[in-house]
Write a new protein. Structure first.
Length: 117
């Protein structure tokens, strides 16, 4: 698989490379409407499935061996309290966010790194 953008992204369904085309304008309008209605939108299939699978295969061992790991408990506001919001309000419930961070020089042979060469 080459690392050219059309091999990585589905530009037929998501024609962001043709911003003045009717198809791209329709995509943007559809995304705006979904964002306004739901607060987010998803471009399911934008990155080709085989690219995601390859990245996962290449990066999983690195995240397990050389990544920087950070874990933190927090609420959606990242604040212990909010004026006017009771301490037992669901918005102040905590969840744990955990991340494994890799830097570019830790993945020189990956598809992610190759995209930017």
């Amino acid at each position: 698989m080459g690392h050219e953008i059309p091999n990585l992204l589905d530009l037929d369904r998501f024609p962001i490379d043709r911003p003045d085309s009717d198809a791209c304008v329709e995509l943007v309008e559809r995304c705006k409407a979904t964002l306004a209605r739901d607060g987010m939108f998803n471009l399911d299939g934008f990155v080709r499935a085989q690219v995601i699978a390859r990245a996962a295969e290449e990066l999983t061992p690195l995240t397990q061996s050389v990544s920087f790991h950070q874990s933190r408990a927090h609420n959606v506001y990242f604040l212990k309290s909010i004026p006017g919001v009771p301490d037992d309000h669901p918005a102040l419930a905590t969840a744990v966010t955990s991340s494994h961070t890799l830097c570019d020089d830790q993945m020189p042979d990956s598809i992610i790194h190759a995209i930017y060469e």
